[in-house]
Design a protein around this ligand. Structure first.
Ligand code: AMP
Length: 210
């Protein structure tokens, strides 16, 4: 199963990707997590990406296309994967298509902007493994501590309210057109459910026929 999760920042792509990944036993590939780790490690990709990420802007397509191309070569990606946060532009989608990758489904998780802005203030992220939580909707078992690796949770710089607003503008201008791109290819599945993490997941599994 090769799957793309589309949706605004904070729509729940990362949370849903983790659940689907366990259910279908395929890895999640998140360019956001790959880039954050590159920034932490001070790699050449990290140095190129940092200023864009801090500003809530998109990292240039050629950087992303390089990063995702390398990641998809790895052994664990040979039987399928969930793409979380990529593609984010038509150019990235075309690059994946030109690489001959055929997706089974593209799921767009729809959440109104006003709700996204509220949600982002409660988001907490593990700086070590990239797992995401929400203080109300999806809290860790122990407050402030990652369930998966025990690290202290933090708040992403780009989850500040002003940055969230500009990330939403970027989403509508540059990423939302991907819905039309994949609808034309018969792959788009829209999930427009206001509910718990479990309810949204149930709706996703249903559109995937799982
Ligand atoms: P995310 O964790 O997916 O919200 O990504 C965090 C930040 O990383 C974004 O705001 C962008 O600056 C950058 N980023 C992640 N994935 C992409 C992508 N596919 N294209 C461009 N920039 C990206």
């Amino acid at each position: 199963m090769k799957l793309i999760l589309l949706g605004a920042p904070g729509a729940g792509k990362g949370t849903q990707a983790e659940i689907i990944s366990k259910k279908l036993n395929i890895p999640t590939i998140s360019t956001g997590n790959i880039l954050r780790s590159a920034v932490r490690n001070g790699t050449p990709v990290g140095l190129k990406a940092k200023a864009y990420m801090d500003a809530g802007a998109l990292v240039p397509d050629e950087v992303i296309i390089g990063v995702i191309g390398e990641r998809l070569q790895e052994a664990d990606a040979q039987n399928g994967y969930i793409l979380d946060g990529v593609p984010r532009t038509i150019a990235q989608a075309e690059a994946l298509e030109n690489a001959g990758i055929q997706f089974d489904a593209v799921v767009s998780i729809e959440v109104p902007d006003a709700e996204i802005e509220q949600r982002m203030t409660g988001r907490r992220t593990c700086p070590a493994c990239g797992a995401t939580y929400h203080i109300v909707a999806n809290p860790p078992k122990q407050e402030g501590i990652c369930d998966l690796c025990g690290e202290a949770l933090g708040q992403r710089k780009d989850d500040q309210p002003e940055t969230v607003k500009s990330r939403l503008v970027t989403y509508h201008e540059q990423t939302e057109p991907l819905k039309g791109f994949y609808a034309q290819r018969g792959l788009l599945k829209v999930v427009d459910v206001r509910g718990s993490v479990e309810e949204v997941n149930a709706a996703i599994m249903k559109v995937l026929g799982e």
